[in-house]
Design a binder for this molecule. Structure first.
Ligand code: ASP
Length: 327
């Protein structure tokens, strides 16, 4: 039967009550094993951002929503001048402009995103404002900046003296090559489950150091840098954004969890999906973390060196992630 005819018939039969509601219930096989000792809230973030995770966990313990907690956690790294991949002090593009990307997604499935924003440090919060205060999902460049100013955000130069110095050194190097984990990848992706057991997430980055002007990676792209489904769980990415976008990594992980893969299995499959196309050991890094609604965790990266912070059962700890390549 031709597709259009099938759909027409399906909706006719459905209206007539001939198709059971289960026909459209793609989640019906989904079940997650209860973790014995798990109790919300929970917060998990990429890398060793334990301050960010601990601030998120304080908000969660105080009864704040998963979304508010995730944004507050991300804002710690956005204001951390030592972190050269997020917010204030982030590495600039080739022309010396710091431009930031961020997104958020809440437990209703609503999302907001900002791309290529200059002069505003709290871009995760700005993405939340786009979601909550505009009829849109995504604002870019000048438009995002003007919206930020209209909402009372401070406009400031995000290039610090030390990131300027590093950029100038980079300009002098002729055979520059990005180094895995050290120079280029420290995006904060954070997933929180609040006391009501609702899940939300945030992702914030200055992107690839010394990127081309206007380059946008995975971090503000819903489904790539971040995806949340309150029935299932959530996932976030860090690393080479181009590779994450090509495989819509975070969405893939959540959909795999929907098919009953554990968060760990789902992260591993998503990394393998990227590696399938590579003939040789790639020189780029990609890493994912994921959590399902029962507090099961997954983390996997291409190369060694990735880790994540997990707040669960009142403890905030750093864990090393498993990786596809290891010594
Ligand atoms: N994923 C970010 C991007 O490609 C970079 C990173 O994680 O550091 O923009």
């Amino acid at each position: 039967m031709k597709r259009r005819k099938f759909i027409k018939n399906a909706s006719k039969f459905s209206l007539a009550g001939l198709i059971s509601p289960d026909f459209f219930n793609v989640d019906k096989k989904y079940s997650i094993k209860k973790l014995n000792n798990y109790k919300s809230p929970i917060s998990i973030c990429t890398w060793d951002f334990s301050n960010a995770n601990s601030v998120a966990s304080e908000y969660l313990e105080n009864g704040q929503s998963a979304l508010e907690s995730a944004v507050r956690g991300a804002s710690i790294e956005e204001s951390n001048a030592q972190n050269s991949t997020v917010g204030y002090g982030g590495a600039p593009d080739r022309e010396g402009n710091v431009s930031l990307d961020a997104c958020v997604m809440n437990h209703f499935g609503d999302c907001g995103s900002v791309v290529a924003v200059k002069n505003i440090r709290s871009v995760a919060s700005l993405a939340k404002d786009v979601m909550e205060k505009t009829p849109h999902v995504m604002l870019a460049g000048d438009g995002a900046e003007e919206f930020a100013i209209s909402q009372g955000y401070k406009s400031e130069d995000l290039l610090t003296n030390s990131s300027k110095k590093e950029w100038m050194k980079w300009l002098e190097r002729s055979n520059y090559k990005p180094i895995i984990n050290i120079e280029n990848h420290d995006t904060i992706g954070i997933l929180c489950i609040d006391q009501k057991n609702n899940i939300s997430g945030a992702c914030s980055t200055s992107g690839l150091a010394y990127k081309m002007k206007g380059r946008v990676g995975d971090s503000p792209i819903i489904g790539s840098g971040l995806f949340v489904d309150n029935k299932i769980g959530g996932a976030v990415a860090t690393g080479m954004g181009e590779e994450v976008v090509k495989t819509v990594g975070s969405f893939l992980i959540v959909e795999l969890m929907r098919q009953n893969y554990s968060p760990q299995e789902a992260c591993e499959i998503a990394i393998r999906r990227i590696l399938e196309k590579e003939k040789n050991k790639p020189e780029f890094q990609v890493a994912y973390i994921a959590v399902n609604k029962n507090g099961e965790i997954g983390a996997f990266s291409i190369h060694e060196g990735f880790g994540y912070c997990l707040y669960r059962n009142k403890k905030n700890r750093f864990y090393k992630s498993k990786s596809f390549y290891y010594k």
